[in-house]
Design a protein around this ligand. Structure first.
Ligand SMILES: Cc1cc2nc3c(=O)[nH]c(=O)nc-3n(C[C@H](O)[C@H](O)[C@H](O)COP(=O)(O)OP(=O)(O)OC[C@H]3O[C@@H](n4cnc5c(N)ncnc54)[C@H](O)[C@@H]3O)c2cc1C
Length: 460
């Protein structure tokens, strides 16, 4: 047996489990919930931070991807992801942010409440969650088949042996450690930029909207950059109302041209992200009506990383698939979100490249994008799934990453029940299990309700 990259013989075995999920982001949590819900067990999940949710709780507050954009939106994700939003909704921590452009209507939530919701859902499902546990190694046999992982904790290193593995680490850490082939963002096309999100309190949103809202903001940002009055990284950026009175959240900071799997480059990015956030705070106070008394009350837990390693799977989703509304017999989720590629440019000009799925439709995402090429015991879910740079820029919203988790977790459970490998999972059975749990595999004929308080209207 080989252990990589740590050559440590005497690491104790903590447990032997059925399904091990690496990473407790939106994809990993849904994968664990689905696997446990299908009767697999024990299901364990390891997460390096002290809370679940990954990007969903570390830096964001809006799920995109549930609804297709356009004037006749359809709800194209359901099942486990709905259970997450329903739990938030039951706590009064949800509103819809309707829009007919961009990624379509978003589901805004309270991210601190979401941390609790993830805890409660996983506990209720019987998933064994290990927080403050970082994956650092993989055990595999001479054929390359993974048999266990090594985690690093304050109590030392531990091994966890498992029969099935789901890599939902965002960065494909398990795949990297186990020698699975992947493409790194930035190798062929510029990698998407990184963003430290920040939240401000004491904002007078009525004054802001009355003065011109988003249009005025864009104008003032452009003026500030052109005149050099504030050290902003670009002429655009967005803010939106949060699920707390007088508070806003932003996607404005931009840090580019780096490898986010390199800790030295990431250190510099974190420092630059914080510097930019406070440059924005000054700009908002000085230049934007409604912000005179506002201040930053929180920075994202870490700088937001949009893409790093994208694993080569049994199939690779492409830009052509997205823009031709491709159909696949082995579909396990749908996506109608546009390609939204945040690229760094040197002159502060147009930075986001958009590509719309025609006619407000949704394309199919095949099961094979979740199975690393030639692997039998391993799935990927979330932002490390198998896609080209452009396709990834469409299919990375959290409704889709949750749906990927749901599909991977269900497939892992099925493969255990049927004693078959990842590539041999019977797709009709997988699709049937997904449908029975509420997953959406066919675009509904009914137009979705997307008014501010309409979440429940879609779940009579
Ligand atoms: C700045 C920014 C803005 C975005 N805006 C939106 C938006 O408004 N709406 C939307 O729907 N989508 C948005 N996205 C995209 C979306 O948030 C992500 O694609 C999605 O959240 C990825 O989910 P994931 O579960 O695959 O990965 P992540 O959320 O990154 O989760 C991975 C998890 O694995 C853990 N982990 C990583 N390595 C290890 C390890 N070695 N050991 C143990 N644990 C590990 C991490 O701590 C994390 O919890 C945005 C992304 C960014 C970066």
């Amino acid at each position: 047996m080989t252990t990589s990259p740590l050559i440590i013989e005497k690491i104790p075995v903590l447990a032997t489990v059925d399904v091990l999920v690496v990473g407790g982001g939106s994809a990993g949590c849904c994968a664990a919930l689905a696997a446990a819900g299908e009767g697999a067990g024990p299901v364990w999940l390891v997460e390096r931070y002290g809370f679940l949710g990954g990007t969903s709780t570390q830096m964001l507050d809006t799920f995109y991807g549930f609804f297709t954009p356009g004037t006749e939106p359809r709800k194209v994700v359901g099942g486990v992801p709905d259970r997450v939003v329903n739990a938030l909704d039951a706590a009064g921590a949800v509103f819809l942010r309707p829009n007919t452009y961009g990624a379509g209507t978003g589901v805004n939530y309270n991210p601190e409440r979401l941390k609790l919701v993830w805890d409660e859902l996983l506990l209720a499902a019987g998933v064994q969650v290990l927080l403050h546990a970082t994956l650092v190694g993989a055990d595999y046999d001479p054929s390359g088949r993974i048999s266990g992982v090594v985690i690093s904790t304050k109590r030392g290193f531990f091994r966890i042996a498992a029969r099935r593995f789901i890599d939902a680490s965002g960065d494909a850490d398990l795949c990297h450690l186990a020698g699975v082939a992947y493409e790194k963002a930035g190798e062929d096309e510029p990698a998407q930029t990184l963003t430290t999100t920040f939240r401000m309190s004491n904002v007078d949103l009525l004054s802001y909207e009355a003065a011109g809202g988003k249009k005025l903001l864009m104008q003032r940002m452009a003026d500030a950059v052109d005149r050099g009055t504030h050290a902003l990284p670009r002429k655009s950026g967005s803010l939106h109302e949060m699920n707390a009175r007088g508070c806003i959240s932003t996607v404005a900071v931009r840090v580019g041209d780096l490898d986010a799997t390199d800790f030295e480059q990431l250190t510099a990015a974190e420092q630059e992200g914080r510097r930019q956030a406070f440059a924005y705070e000054l700009f908002f106070r000085d230049c934007v009506p409604g912000f005179t008394e506002a201040s930053i009350i929180g920075l994202s837990h870490q700088i937001g990383v949009r893409e790093t390693r994208r694993v080569f799977g049994e199939y690779r989703l492409t830009k052509a698939d997205c823009l031709s509304v491709a159909r696949f017999d082995d579909r396990v989720l749908l996506c109608g979100a546009p390609i939204e590629d945040h690229r760094a440019t040197k002159d502060g000009g147009e930075e986001t490249v958009w590509g719309y799925v025609p006619g407000g439709q949704a394309y199919d995402v095949p099961y094979r994008t979740l199975v690393p090429r030639g692997r039998d015991e391993l799935w990927v879910a979330g932002r490390c799934f198998s896609a080209t740079h452009d396709a990834h820029a469409s299919c990375r919203s959290m409704a889709q990453t949750m749906a990927m988790g749901q599909a991977a977790g269900t497939a892992a459970a099925l493969s255990l029940a049927a004693d078959c490998d990842a590539r041999a999972v019977p797709v009709p059975a997988l699709q049937s299990r997904l449908r029975s749990r509420g997953a959406v595999l066919e675009t509904p004929a009914t137009v979705a309700a997307t008014g501010r308080n309409d979440w429940r209207a879609n779940h009579p």
